[in-house]
Design a protein around this ligand. Structure first.
Ligand SMILES: Nc1ncnc2c1ncn2[C@@H]1O[C@H](COP(=O)(O)OP(=O)(O)OP(=O)(O)O)[C@@H](O)[C@H]1O
Ligand SMILES: Nc1ncnc2c1ncn2[C@@H]1O[C@H](COP(=O)(O)OP(=O)(O)OP(=O)(O)O)[C@@H](O)[C@H]1O
Ligand SMILES: [Mg+2]
Ligand SMILES: [Mg+2]
Lengths: 264, 264
């Protein structure tokens, strides 16, 4: 019953990493075993969970480049039930290195299949959710995540320019679904950095709910400075400041996700 | 005396597009002829200046793919002295299409040389500043901009995760400078979305000034909702709301840029 979810949006700074970390932590706190795979060369998810750069030995780079097993790259975090596969900046070179290969789109998919075999034979842990934190682009790394995933979670900042980008991510989703991964579904569209004092935020929320209906989570993540402070302490906001509005919103989102199945 | 400036940072959502639009407009208001080249497939700079997607015929795609002349892609905006070369989502395909070509890094550089020839023979306008709005990645599009540029302007959001990315953009800068464009310099590091009420912002500013000294502009762009509202009206903030804190900051930045030469 493992769900693999790609957290993707080519628009930068919309809350992909913040969602991977805090939703993962909230679900882990609810007792679900979660794994975050950092597939962004920036490595922000790894940093946000306190994984020092110097200690990142087996990473997503090895999985995509050297057919490394996910099970060998998994490390525990300070949070029970939450593990991570870290990334390094060298991951940015993967795009050029595997560009000419026939399997350039399916390397992460193959790695997920191997992980499922390792789970079945008892040599690896099982997980309820696997989240892939994607870079702000629609290139090979993000496509690899979408081909390997069961569904895509699209964080959307409540800003005009982010709204414009929704068409592009939906185009990539449809291309991957029709050509490479027919089972791919939309897990949901998550509205982030909502600021109730500003009309623009409200307009974006209305627009998105009108266009995407039930695919949009009821939970809206407010703009909350604690969410941006937490990574500097190497902790999720849920550990850094569990009572803040940001943490509460991600706990609510976890509850909503557990209640609803994949949106098809 | 034309200066070509790449506005780049692989961290997403740090204010690259907002800086290209509003700094360009402020310099144009000061009487300097400016051109913005949108080299981001998202096309946010084009949208922010009111260029409807349906009207984008000759674009950055043609320059990079079909050796098209910049002079043929230039269109006027509603702002005197400010022109733009728009982009379209197809630009994302360029990376794959030119990947194997020997000149994959130097296509924009060649296009700039052709533009300079066209300016010299009177068939194209001259410009004081050309700004290239880069996508949130360090791939071929951003490298093309950095190889073609005289200098790089690095917008840096006053947030912890953005600070982490500074090392990566500096590595790419050094690689391009030592291998492809020895004349490349740092135009400056611009601190953006500063929120005086929050300690994190102050810490980031102190850290960056300590590390980068004079390369950091004195002007700091405050977080200001008018800057994010303006693109939905297809106008720069300087036209949408000239008195707001965001517009004033970009006017101050333009003044600072005119006073200081390229930081070497
Ligand atoms: N709800 C929120 N309120 C306030 N700040 C937030 C919120 N969500 C994220 N942030 C901050 O905004 C910045 C961008 O968020 P984040 O890095 O998670 O986005 P991203 O989509 O992963 O970015 P990238 O495109 O670079 O991968 C970060 O500094 C983060 O700490
Ligand atoms: N100083 C500011 N205050 C408030 N909002 C801002 C400010 N600067 C930019 N914004 C808004 O923040 C969002 C991100 O800014 P922008 O799109 O310019 O960043 P970017 O670096 O170009 O993003 P990308 O990495 O996706 O290209 C936009 O919605 C923009 O309107
Ligand atoms: Mg991220
Ligand atoms: Mg941009």
């Amino acid at each position: 019953n493992m769900q693999v979810i790609a957290i993707a949006n080519q628009k930068g700074g919309v809350g992909k990493t913040t969602t991977a970390i805090n939703l993962g932590t909230a679900l882990a706190a609810a007792g679900e075993r979660c794994l975050i795979i950092d597939i962004d060369p920036q490595g922000n998810a790894s940093t946000s969970l306190g994984v020092e750069r110097a200690t990142r030995e087996v990473t997503t780079y090895d999985i995509l480049m050297n057919d490394g097993a996910v099970a060998n790259a998994i490390i525990e975090t300070d949070i029970p039930n939450l593990h991570i596969v870290p990334s390094v900046t060298e991951l940015a070179a993967v795009e050029a290195e595997i560009f000419g290969e026939n399997d350039r789109h399916t390397r992460m998919q193959r790695a997920m299949e191997t992980l499922k075999r390792h789970i079945a034979d008892g040599s690896a842990h099982s997980y309820r959710y696997i989240f892939m934190d994607c870079p702000p682009s629609l290139s090979l790394l993000t496509v690899n995540a979408m081909v390997a995933a069961d569904s895509v979670l699209i964080p959307l900042q409540c800003e005009f320019l982010a709204l414009e980008g929704l068409t592009q991510i939906m185009q990539t989703y449809n291309t991957v679904k029709s050509n490479m991964n027919p089972a791919l579904a939309i897990q949901g569209v998550l509205l982030t950095m909502y600021d109730g004092r500003n009309n623009l935020s409200k307009q974006v929320v209305d627009d998105v709910r009108e266009h995407f209906g039930d695919a949009v989570y009821e939970t809206v993540i407010p703009r909350n400075v604690k969410l941006s402070e937490a990574p500097s302490h190497g902790k999720p906001a849920l550990i850094y400041d569990p009572k803040c509005a940001g943490s509460q919103a991600y706990l609510q989102l976890a509850g909503e996700m557990l209640r609803r199945s994949k949106f098809v």
